[in-house]
Design a protein around this ligand. Structure first.
Ligand SMILES: *Cc1c(COP(=O)(O)O)cnc(C)c1O
Length: 326
């Protein structure tokens, strides 16, 4: 934690880390990989600051909590067209399919949230939009959970703290031809092109977060890369959704095709039992299950670092709790 980010040791680590990530995701050469700060939330503003350019409008898909925050932030910089939105009142919430999206004529970009961490929805496909419309996606919660065709995107971003490493670092993968569109008042430190020119070291980077991330990239490689990671994550989510769907005792209200592999929110049919459920879970060492304060209920986040054994332990507890309280 004390060595200089200008030291040979650290520069070697930085180069290796970027190469490992490029290997994992198969990132094409015409994309820059940036390791920034400010979290996923800062990107909500940084993206329009850098990409709106001369366009009057940018398009967003509103799928829930995080998409909504991105939309609100973008409204400071451009006219936002919400091209499609989830029907939040539905008791089987689903992501609207592309044939119903109402895109603008020439949007600066189309933004979507690949995984809604709080609402429990995840795109299991990459939208197929016209080549001229840069596709921008928030992968904060599901980056590296499986393979991804980066060449389909103009920009991908992810805060580190869910699937990469400790908080303090934000990954941005951006296609080079999108440089040169930044707003006149975009500060240098927030300008993607400037950060690319400086190797993400326009100022001191979050060195410890970089170090931890470098180890995580090597760990994923050692497990067999992103295909292996996907297989592992599919086994994990199957354990839990099977458990939830096995009776009416637990409820997840997301359409099956759009269920997140990473974040599984659920309720107890009898919501009065939820505090008891959480307390019993804590006693068994099953922690972090309280739903987000915006939504309540229970939420199991099955990020890459969560083992299959841990998910099985939760499923076993759920069986046990149901037997005692149904
Ligand atoms: C957590 C999260 C964010 C916010 O990330 P911060 O790093 O806290 O700013 C944004 N988008 C998604 C999808 C998230 O899961």
């Amino acid at each position: 934690m004390e060595i200089s980010h200008r030291s040979a040791d650290f520069l070697e680590l930085a180069a290796q880390m970027e190469q490992d990530l490029r290997d994992l995701l198969g990132i094409p050469a015409n994309y820059k990989v940036l390791f920034l700060q400010g979290g996923g939330a800062q990107q909500f503003s940084q993206i329009p600051m850098n990409l709106v350019g001369q366009s009057a409008v940018c398009d967003y898909i509103d799928t829930g909590h995080w998409a909504h925050k991105a939309i609100v932030a973008a409204r400071q910089y451009a006219q936002v067209n919400v091209a499609a939105a989830v029907d939040f009142g539905s008791d089987r919430r689903a992501i609207p399919r592309e044939n119903g999206w109402r895109l603008s004529d020439k949007p600066a970009y189309l933004h979507y949230t690949a995984n809604e961490t709080i609402d429990g929805l995840e795109f299991q496909w990459v939208p197929d939009v016209e080549r001229e419309i840069p596709l921008v996606a928030d992968f904060s919660a599901n980056i590296l959970s499986g393979p991804l065709d980066v060449s389909r995107f103009g920009l991908i971003y992810a805060g580190a703290q869910k699937n990469i490493g400790p908080s303090g670092m934000t990954l941005v993968i951006v296609r080079e031809d999108l440089f040169g569109r930044a707003h006149t008042y975009c500060p240098s430190i927030l300008n993607y092109q400037v950060q690319a020119d400086y190797g993400s070291m326009y100022n001191t980077p979050a060195t410890f977060a970089w170090y931890a991330a470098s180890l995580v990239f090597q760990w994923i490689k050692s497990l067999g890369g992103l295909e292996a990671m996907r297989a592992r994550n599919v086994r994990k989510k199957d354990i839990l959704y099977r458990q939830i769907d096995s009776s009416g005792f637990y409820i997840n209200d997301v359409s099956v095709a759009d269920r997140s592999h990473m974040n599984i929110p659920f309720r107890l049919a009898d919501q009065r039992l939820e505090d008891l459920f959480l307390a019993g879970a804590t006693e068994r060492g099953l922690i972090g299950l309280k739903g987000h304060r915006a939504k309540g209920g229970i939420r199991a986040s099955l990020y890459n670092a969560v083992s299959e054994e841990a998910v099985q332990a939760l499923a076993d507890y759920m069986t046990d709790f149901e037997r005692r309280h149904a």
